[in-house]
Design a protein around this ligand. Structure first.
Ligand SMILES: CC(C)(COP(=O)(O)OP(=O)(O)OC[C@H]1O[C@@H](n2cnc3c(N)ncnc32)[C@H](O)[C@@H]1OP(=O)(O)O)[C@@H](O)C(=O)NCCC(=O)NCCS
Length: 154
């Protein structure tokens, strides 16, 4: 059974392990390996994280970084073998509710232009493309990658 709830202390390590696995995919999130799993686990800001748990196993999270200016930036990851089953959508519903409860007027994010699954999820929830940052990120390979900036007015 899928449970969506605020993150707790016990989620720190599994969340960091999934984060490290997604980083190892290299073409989904900005972080690349190596990830200091224990350091990352200790550093999570639990107050701004909502997790997805299935039958007691951590399977995904969405992070909301609320600014002082009314917008919140989000980042999310779902374990590779649990994608395409509605987990990301359930996390996004919860994040939108949490952002509204915190009085935010807008959610925003950056995504790689070829991350089609993520872009489809964001569009499904009404996010629109607001621009493109050109050669913004230098990757370990030396390549310079663009990002698409997306936003959702709440
Ligand atoms: C992006 C991510 C969070 C989506 O989570 P998910 O659990 O797979 O998403 P869902 O199953 O709820 O799918 C949501 C929608 O996205 C779209 N979608 C999902 N995967 C897709 C794919 N591979 N290709 C095209 N569209 C896709 C569909 O429109 C789907 O809606 P529908 O089921 O109503 O048709 C997940 O793929 C992930 O963790 N990816 C790696 C990390 C990452 O890319 N994070 C985002 C960085 S910006």
């Amino acid at each position: 059974m899928l449970e969506i709830r605020p993150a707790r202390d016990e989620d720190r390590l599994p969340m960091a392990r999934v984060f490290a696995a997604v980083a190892a995919e290299r073409n989904r999130i900005a972080t690349e390996p190596p990830v200091d799993v224990e350091g990352r686990a200790a550093a999570w800001d639990l107050d701004s994280t909502i997790v997805a748990v299935a039958d007691g196993d951590f399977i995904g999270a969405i992070h909301l970084d609320a600014s002082r200016h009314g917008y919140a930036e989000i980042g999310m990851e779902v374990a590779c073998d649990r994608r395409g089953q509605g987990v990301g959508s359930a996390l996004m519903v919860a994040a939108i509710d949490a952002a509204r409860e915190r009085g935010c007027h807008k959610l925003c994010l950056s995504v790689w232009p070829d991350n089609e699954g993520a872009i489809a999820l964001y569009r499904k929830f009404g996010f629109v493309e607001e621009g493109r940052r050109v050669k913004q990120f230098r990757r370990q390979s030396g390549e310079l990658w663009d990002t698409i900036e997306m936003g959702l007015l709440l």
